[in-house]
Design a protein around this ligand. Sequence first.
Ligand SMILES: [Zn+2]
Length: 305
Amino acid sequence: MKKLLIFFPFFLFAAHIFVLHRVDDFRYPSTDTTSKLLEKDIKYLLKHHYKIVKLSTLVRRMENNKSVKKYIVFTIDDTFKSFYKNGLPIFIKYHIPFTLFVYAKAADEHYGDYMTWKQIKIASKYGELGVHSWAHPHLPMLNNKEIIKDTQKAINSFKKHLGYVPDMYAYPYGEYNKRVKNIINRYFKIICNQNIGAVNKYSPINDLDRIAITGNVNIAKRLKIGILNVNNLTIKRNKNIITQISGKVKYPYVFIYITKLGWKKIKTKNGYFNYNPNFRLQKYRNRVIIRYNNKFKTKLILKEG
Ligand SMILES: [Zn+2]
């Protein structure tokens, strides 16, 4: 037992929620995963006794204060046809459940690359469904009325085609802010973002981090991602300039990443770190990642104006 504690001190009690998009669609390398790698990952997880469950199962455990150690959830966003063709057969073969977030407008309007409602219904027999908006908008760019309208359209589509509405939502592009979250949370209890991180039983179920599966990254490496506990995390900005990132951790230093700026090592003083990058955001979607070893805390920062 002692040995175990020495070798696996960080990630013993965390669950990992993965997100994938396309499978074997080589036109889009940034959102694609290959069926070969997916199958390899699933075999690895099964061999090492990970428990692969639906998102609702994981959340139920969290709500009941049960351990989520070695729990894994596969979520799939966008309901691409390439998942139906190349990914779903693998989940069926290994009897692995999943949570599929539906881009409702694509099914309503028969977009060529996307699953039809009939295919969505078939896939749902092997897993469960969540909502991924109606029109897949950049939600923070919409006003409240528009967000509500998009959400209600998605809800109506689900009612019409499936006769029920799931209690789970994933933000399109992983984009949200407080205002967006407040509105979406009126309709859905369980909400997924796309911030890199693990979850444990204390994680908020309306703001669940997910790890993207793309490219040729070893799953063992992704499984090492743990949760960095940061108290009083503050990210101050002056319009689009990030002026300060501060918080409290129990480590001698942390590494802090900002999109387009890169990593910087920041020492802590009396448990506090304080970073004044005075960096002007360059992209619309930016990540602030605070890391110590394999523990992560990620925040999404959107450019304004
Ligand atoms: Zn999406």
